[in-house]
Write a protein that binds this ligand. Structure first.
Ligand code: TUI
Length: 307
């Protein structure tokens, strides 16, 4: 459907997923995604054009539906001839007709069966079922129960996301019925990822209990590394004087500060598997570890257990 060799999507990480990372993942046979969250719509257009220079393989754009310039970005992908769009943090319903008319493959990220069904009825091509183990904005359900329930509910391909960072996780996702996996956190430390060095270091030093979800009370739950900033945010949630909008805006500004400046007062969004990400390597090595790792685990399992 997408013209990629391996069913490995790179998460469209806001302020982070640029042409450098996306083209490296696409060149490795996966699906690279450019984030639509950048300094401006023009900057996103530049990344799309740069990516096209850096790879002749398919790549896509991830559209964060709560971005202030989302209407502009929705039109930009059409104007630039982007062939694959993933969306997050909301329903892309109002853009679907325009994108379909442009021949764009549309793959929304969903966190529930209800949204997956709604998206299938609207004619999308596949869905990414993302569990709350993931970094950034999270839904309610976790990957293990979410993926099979979405797989059972829809007749379009399901890509699993949330808590997957190696061949073991990918193999598990395939066993749950997923046709592909989306991985964010591990690609943060890819050599081609331009996130600030301090961000990479924090991921490499993370343990199993290094992440926290803040913003639940204001309806914008976000998973990030535990830092003085995120712990303070957790405290703020209990302060009735701050509005949900205020807290969400705090989160968005803080992610940019972390990703671009390595600011100690930033938000280091990351998934629960940060504690398993131990070394920086080329994106190609990550894509291959995910897919060949899964294959060898499944082959070994069949050889040892299925007699
Ligand atoms: O979108 C994500 N993850 C993100 S977006 C992001 S940018 C940000 N910046 C500052 C503060 C907060 C976020 C960082 N991480 N993941 C995809 C995803 N989408 N997971 C869950 C959902 C989702 C949730 C609710 C999709 C739809 C939805 O509601 C649908 C509706 O009908 O409104």
């Amino acid at each position: 459907m997408l013209g990629i060799a391996y069913p490995v999507f790179q998460g469209g990480m806001a302020w982070i997923a640029d042409a450098s990372l996306a083209s490296a993942v696409s060149n490795a046979g996966g699906l690279g995604l450019i984030s639509s969250i950048n300094t401006s719509t023009e900057a996103v257009r530049d990344e799309i054009r740069k990516c096209r220079q850096m790879t002749d393989k398919p790549f896509g754009v991830n559209i964060m539906l709560q971005a202030p310039n989302v209407d502009e970005i929705a039109k930009l992908v059409v104007a630039e001839g982007v062939k694959i769009v993933t969306t997050g943090a909301g329903s892309p319903a109002k853009y679907i007709d325009m994108w379909k008319a442009a021949g764009i493959r549309i793959i929304p990220v969903v966190g529930s069966v209800a949204l997956a069904l709604k998206m299938e009825r609207r004619g999308v091509d596949a869905v990414v079922a993302e569990g709350a183990e993931s970094g950034g904005h999270v839904g309610e359900l976790h990957t293990m129960p979410l993926v099979p329930q979405v797989v059972d509910a829809v007749n379009i391909p399901v890509i699993a996301a949330g808590g997957i960072c190696d061949g073991r996780g990918a193999a598990a996702a395939f066993m749950l019925g997923a046709e592909g996996v989306q991985v964010g956190t591990r690609f943060l430390v890819a050599e081609e990822c331009n996130v600030h060095a301090a961000y990479k270091e924090k991921i490499l030093n993370a343990t199993d209990i290094s992440t926290i979800v803040t913003g639940k009370k204001v309806g914008h739950p976000v998973r990030s590394l535990k830092t003085p900033f995120s712990k303070n945010l957790a405290k703020l949630e209990n302060d009735a004087t701050s509005s949900p909008e205020e807290i969400f805006a705090m989160g968005a500004g803080a992610l940019r500060r972390a990703a671009q400046e390595g600011d100690a007062n930033g938000s280091y969004m990351a998934g629960e598997c940060a504690g398993m990400v131990r070394k920086s390597e080329p994106a190609k090595a990550i894509v291959e570890d995910l897919i060949f790792g899964a294959e060898s685990i499944i082959a070994r399992f069949v050889a040892e257990r299925v007699k």
